[in-house]
Structures are given as structure tokens and as C-alpha cells.
Design a binder for this molecule. Structure first.
Ligand code: ARG
Length: 490
């Protein structure tokens, strides 16, 4: 192909392959090549409508772009000596539509507004993919929770047995966490959904471009207000990576939990063999490798966030070439997150939870002690702190039977609970985890009656989120249809 069409005027020296490779964003730009074709189409349609390009040239350009859309871009568009995909597509267009028509496309435009527009378009698509992954995960958690409203297990604080709860309560806690991740991604999408196109290098242009029209063709709600902000803004990328890093951190917590639950110490879960590996020497081993790798992927996404923040923090207005190096961090953050989400959903879908092991542990470590203290308050009118001290001392003395509780009461509060009427049967009734959970009164607690409603609420919220995200992807398809029909009208 001919000499680089952008450098041809201003610069003489040809660049070495090393310099070209070093500067080119071509590899990462594969993510935005399809967005760039649509950006070119929208821009040309608008130029034609505004009378800045003749119909014949517009037709030539659009028919070549249509061909690229259907059959893929010519390999030359990805040549690294073209710096980036924007220059690459312009070069193949000049080749295919002729230098006159091809040379007219870039009027009133810069790669600065062009790349910002492409990045936002691709980010929208990938956010929709991430959202759908969070939905799959939430669906798995909700349906396993529904099956396990009455599965009693211990809950932990400080990783010590704390109080009895249910598996449904546990799983819905994670569902709630991931529903906030979905919400954050919806927010990021809404905030970024304005079009930079028509901002040119940063200061707009003397050609009367219709920015509303191109925004509409590309599915944005409006043009970005300030043309300098339009080309310089990458906080939408930092915000998106932040959301992904938070999401992956949440995923990592859940991985850690499941890894712990799958150990021979705990044995709350038996993971499906498909997600596990064995040892080359120890024939008995079943290792939770998929969860371990997933926990590790979260580190990569957190790393991408750190890189993104550090890259941007010292960049003055408006466009700086450094920004090009931000993009791979975004693509990798999406790659790691979007490959993890469906796997975790499957792992949860196929996990066998061991109800017996959970039940056995539900009382271990005196998880019912709080309930006994509460009982002493309810039945014998003790101040909570007195009751807390009596039960605490009984635990220290080694048992929650009547004899020990009485001894503890005398020792710490100088009272006799036996004289007040406390009996052994009463204590053992109070210490039944199933009853404790059934009698929970507060909103959000594991009481199966309340958890059943919580499952329904989570389900409704999930369906609403799915409908919203379907509407968002419909808007993108409608925009594509608008471009198509504008092209065929021409
Ligand atoms: N490849 C560049 C990027 O990703 C496109 C914008 C280039 N702009 C420029 N003024 N050199 O940021």
C-alpha cells in the first residue's frame, strides 16, 4: 500500500518496524473495528445531509463500508504501519473508493473524537455482556436459595462459629451483593452514553456538523456537552474498570468461601468434578482449581484499575497519546470478568450442598448462646448485659446445661436462675437452631417465611434488570437499523 496517508504531508522520515510496532494500537483496536465502521457511516451520512460531501462520494464510501461490515475488513486495515484502526480503515477506503471520495471522509473530524466515540460504543456492548453474566449468577443464587430456605447452617463472624442461619440467607446475601454490581454497571452505562463525535480535535469545527444526528445514529442519548471534555474524558473507562474490579472482588470473596466450604475441615459443599482438578502425585486429591483461578483473576482486574488510574492522573487537557495505552486495560478487565461470571454461575448451579454437615455444625461452638441470653432477658427480666455475662461465663465453664448456667449466674450476678424457675428442658428448647431461626422477627433475618419473600423480591428485581438491559440492547440495534435504512435511502 501507499505511504501512510496521514504522515504524507508533514513528515518525511519513514519509520522503522520497531517504531511502528511500538506506537501502534492495532492489536487492541480489534475491539473497536466494528464500532469504527459504524462511526464512519454515521459521519458520512451526516456530512452528506449537511451538504459537505457529494452524494456520489458518499455512496462510494458507504458501499465500501457496508461491504466491510458484512464481509469483514480487508487485512490491510489492520496493518501496524497505519498507527491505528482509524487510519487503517481510511487507508483501505481510499484504496477501494478512490483517493477523491476516500479523502473526503475525515472532514470535520479527528481521531480524537473518533476513538472516544468507538470506545464508548464498545464499552456499552461489553457492559451489556457483563450485566448478562451478573444476571446468570444472580439467577443461580436465587434458585439455590429457594431450595434451601430451611437448610440450617452456622454463620460466621471473624470466621468463628457465630449464630445459626440458613443456606438461603447466605446465598441471598451474595445475590444482594451482585445485584449492586449490576446496578453500578447500569449507572456507568447511563453516564457514558453521550456522543463525543463532532468534537473534532477538541475545539469543534467551523463546518456545521449535526452532532445530534450522529449521536442518534450511534445510539447515544445526546452529544457530549463540551468538546474538550468529549475527547479528554476517560473517566468512563476508569469508572467501568472500577465497577469490574468491585465485581471481581465480590466474586473473589465468594470463591474463597466456596473453597473453604469444600475442604475436609468444613465439607459444606461438594463441587462438580468438571470445575476441579486432581494431583499428579496424590491420587485422592480434588482441588477447586476453577475457583482458585477465578480468585486470581480478580487480582488482574484490580491491577488494571490501578494502571488506569495511574495512567490518567497526570494528563492535562485534552487528548494525549498516553490515552491509547489505557484501552488494553479496559479490554482485559472485561475479558477476565466476562469469562468468570458464567463459570461461577455454573459452579453454583451444580454444587451439592451437604445439609447434614451444615446441620451438624449449626450448633458447634455454642452458636446458640445469644439466644439463651435473649431468653433470660425475655423470661426473667434480666438486663441484657447481665444475661450476656452469665451465658459467657457458662461457656467458659464448659457447658450450657442448667447446672453450669446456675453456677455462672451465682458467680457473675449473684442470682439463682433455678429459684426463678429455669429448667433443663427450657434450656434445651431454647437452644434448638431450627426454632431460633423460625422465631427471628426482624426484616432481613433468615426466618424462612421472610427469606421466601426475599427470594421473590430478588427474583422481581432480577427480571426488572433483565428487561432494562434488553431495552438497552434494543436501542443499540435500533440505532444500527437507522444507519442501515439511511444508507439504503441514499
Ligand atoms: N490510536 C489512538 C488512541 O487510541 C487514536 C487517537 C489518535 N489521536 C492522535 N491525535 N494521535 O488513542
Amino acid at each position: 500500500m501507499a505511504k501512510d496517508q496521514i504522515r504524507a504531508g508533514r513528515l518525511d522520515a519513514q519509520r522503522s518496524k520497531e517504531i511502528e510496532d511500538y506506537l501502534s494500537s492495532m492489536e487492541a483496536d480489534k475491539q473497536i473495528s466494528s464500532s469504527d465502521i459504524r462511526v464512519d457511516m454515521a459521519h458520512i451520512l451526516m456530512l452528506e445531509k449537511q451538504g459537505f460531501i457529494d452524494k456520489q462520494s458518499a455512496k462510494k464510501l458507504l458501499s465500501a463500508l457496508n461491504k466491510y461490515m458484512d464481509e469483514g475488513l480487508p487485512a490491510d486495515a489492520f496493518d501496524v504501519d497505519r498507527e491505528d484502526i482509524h487510519a487503517g480503515i481510511e487507508a483501505v477506503l481510499i484504496n477501494d473508493a478512490g483517493a477523491d471520495a476516500g479523502g473526503r471522509m475525515h472532514l470535520g473530524r479527528s481521531r480524537n473524537d473518533e476513538v472516544a466515540t468507538c470506545l464508548k460504543m464498545r464499552t456499552r456492548e461489553l457492559i451489556l455482556e457483563t450485566l448478562s453474566g451478573t444476571f446468570e449468577l444472580r439467577r443461580a443464587l436465587i434458585s439455590r436459595a429457594e431450595e434451601n430456605l430451611n437448610t440450617i447452617m452456622p454463620g460466621f463472624t471473624h470466621l468463628q462459629h457465630a449464630q445459626p442461619t440458613t443456606l438461603a440467607h447466605y446465598l441471598l446475601a451474595y445475590e444482594n451483593l451482585f445485584s449492586r454490581d449490576s446496578a453500578r454497571l447500569f449507572d456507568a452505562y447511563a453516564r457514558l452514553n453521550k456522543s463525543p463525535l463532532g468534537s473534532a480535535a477538541f475545539a469543534g469545527t467551523g463546518f456545521d456538523l449535526d452532532r445530534n444526528l450522529t449521536a442518534d445514529y450511534l445510539g447515544f442519548i445526546s452529544p457530549v456537552e463540551n468538546s474538550m471534555d468529549a475527547v479528554a474524558n476517560r473517566d468512563f473507562i476508569v469508572e467501568t474498570i472500577s465497577d469490574l474490579a468491585i465485581l471481581m472482588t465480590n466474586i473473589s470473596r465468594m470463591c474463597e468461601e466456596l473453597i473453604l466450604w469444600s475442604t475436609a475441615f468444613v465439607k459444606f459443599v461438594n463441587l462438580n468434578d468438571a470445575y476441579c482438578s486432581t494431583s499428579s502425585i496424590m491420587p485422592q486429591k480434588k482441588n477447586p482449581d476453577t475457583l482458585e483461578i477465578m480468585r486470581a483473576k480478580s487480582a488482574a482486574v484490580i491491577g488494571e484499575l490501578t494502571a488506569a488510574l495511574t495512567l490518567i492522573k497526570s494528563l492535562p487537557m485534552s487528548y494525549n497519546r498516553d490515552l491509547q495505552d489505557l484501552n488494553p486495560h479496559l479490554w482485559n478487565a472485561f475479558k477476565q470478568t466476562n469469562s468468570s461470571l458464567p463459570l461461577l454461575a455454573e459452579i453454583i448451579d451444580t454444587a451439592e450442598f451437604d445439609e447434614t454437615a451444615m446441620k451438624k455444625q449449626a450448633k458447634a461452638g455454642n452458636t446458640t448462646a445469644t439466644e439463651l441470653a435473649d431468653h433470660l432477658v425475655r423470661e426473667y427480666g434480666l438486663p441484657f448485659r447481665t444475661a450476656h455475662n452469665i451465658v459467657g461465663r457458662a461457656v467458659k465453664l464448659g457447658s450450657l446445661d442448667l447446672k453450669t448456667v446456675e453456677e455462672a449466674a451465682k458467680e457473675t450476678a449473684k442470682i439463682s436462675l433455678v429459684e426463678k424457675g429455669l429448667t433443663d428442658t427450657e434450656i434445651s428448647n431454647v437452644l434448638n437452631p431450627k426454632d431460633i431461626i423460625k422465631h427471628k422477627k426482624t426484616y432481613g433475618s433468615p426466618n424462612p417465611r421472610l427469606m421466601k419473600k426475599a427470594v421473590q423480591a430478588a427474583d422481581v428485581r432480577l427480571v426488572q434488570d433483565e428487561v432494562t438491559s434488553d431495552m438497552m440492547s434494543d436501542q443499540l440495534s435500533e440505532a444500527d437499523e437507522k444507519i442501515k435504512s439511511a444508507i439504503s435511502e441514499l
